[in-house]
Write a protein that binds this ligand. Structure first.
Ligand code: NDP
Ligand code: DGY
Length: 329
């Protein structure tokens, strides 16, 4: 869904509704709200039409907010609030140039996303989807010593790429499984890494020494395509690769080669390029690749809190007051 909001008093028309906003605003004020009332993404043409003259936009990570959208909006637009912590779908330079403020949803989804990452890691390493499938298709003939064996966390080395809010929450959840060494890489060493005995290492060291690699960094020009042929060639053949950041961090063709040739053991992806991943994509033919439909933050309570925060950010931006989570541009 998206909101286009203006502070002008206007008559209700079409899909626009005039509303008095009191619950999240510091003082009641009237605004005209135009809502894309569907779980499906707003078509680009509708977005370009609907945003004209708007003062605010509440968008999803599937809405690409680029120069074209900003041009269509015109000079009224003063705030963009995204229902996500990732903001790679926003043309930040263009937004900054126009003096538009941006709200996002950090922290409130950290626990849910870290939980999902751990679930995906265990499902991938212990081959849960394969096991479930074998039970259903009659492949379960008897208990066999090496059937459906995978890899365990106890005594392992885990490497986290991007020990930010979510990366740290993943580390905190993985350490109690008996992880022996926790490596991390990023642009800067993190003082909070001490809580999980994290060792700041160059990316190459992390890649070659880890039994589990978890990608939890943001998508930037620097991280785009970072997990490529050379990256996978340095991994142990028994290592498991997990990505819950953004699909574009991974070169999926190179990942396919690494998985199908046995260069690495398995991969678990919550994010892909594109999304949705076409059902005939080669990655989906592999038993050692577990793909989820971008559900990292998908708990009812988390999405509720994210929505409320995104609404508060929007209203703060419209009123020119503090936004609870404003992105520093
Ligand atoms: P943070 O900003 O707290 O963490 C991002 C981390 O990325 C920082 O630690 C940063 O390190 C690191 N990073 C940046 N550049 C690089 C680099 N070149 N190499 C390695 N690390 C780098 O964000 P969050 O933890 O809150 O969120 C992280 C990302 O997770 C989001 O941007 C989003 O894309 C994704 N996400 C996915 C979800 C899902 O549903 N699957 C749900 C929520 C988020 P440094 O500080 O050193 O620059
Ligand atoms: C985000 O917030 O960036 C996620 O990808 C969805 O919650």
């Amino acid at each position: 869904f998206f909101f286009l909001t203006s502070e002008r008093r206007a008559a209700s028309r079409g899909d626009k509704q005039e509303q008095t906003v009191t619950s999240y605003a510091s003082k009641p004020f009237r605004c005209e709200v135009s809502q894309w009332d569907s779980d499906e993404p707003v078509p680009r043409a509708e977005l370009l039409k609907g945003i004209q003259g708007a003062h605010g936009l509440l968008c999803l990570l599937s809405d690409k907010v680029d120069a074209e959208v900003l041009e269509a909006a015109g000079p009224n637009l003063k705030v963009i609030s995204t229902l996500s912590v990732g903001f790679d779908h926003l043309a930040i330079d263009e937004i900054k140039k126009r003096g538009i403020r941006v709200g996002y949803t950090p922290d409130v989804l950290t626990d849910a996303t870290a939980e999902l990452t751990v679930a995906l890691l265990l499902a991938t390493a212990r081959r849960l989807p394969e096991g479930v499938e074998e039970v259903k298709n009659g492949g379960w003939s008897s208990w066999k010593p090496l059937w459906l064996c995978g890899y365990g966390l106890s005594g392992s080395t885990v490497g986290i790429i991007g020990l930010g809010r979510i990366g740290m929450a993943i580390a905190q959840r993985l350490m109690p499984f008996g992880v022996k060494r926790l490596l991390y890489s990023g642009r800067t060493a993190k003082p909070h890494a001490a809580e999980v005995n994290g060792e700041f290492v160059p990316l190459d060291t992390l890649v070659s020494e880890s039994d589990f690699i978890v990608v939890s960094c943001s998508l930037t020009p620097e991280t785009q395509g970072m997990c490529d042929k050379s990256f996978f060639s340095k991994m142990k053949p028994t290592a498991v690769f997990i990505n819950t950041s953004r699909g574009a961090v991974v070169n999926q063709e190179h990942l396919y080669e690494a998985l199908s040739s046995g260069q690495i053991a398995a991969a678990g992806l919550d994010v892909t390029t594109p999304e949705p991943l076409p059902t005939n994509h080669r990655l989906l033919t592999l038993k050692n690749c577990v793909v989820l439909p971008h559900i990292g933050s998908a708990t009812y309570s988390t999405r509720g809190v994210m929505s409320a925060l995104a609404a508060r950010n929007l209203l703060g931006g419209l009123q020119g007051t503090d936004m609870p989570s404003e992105l520093t541009l």
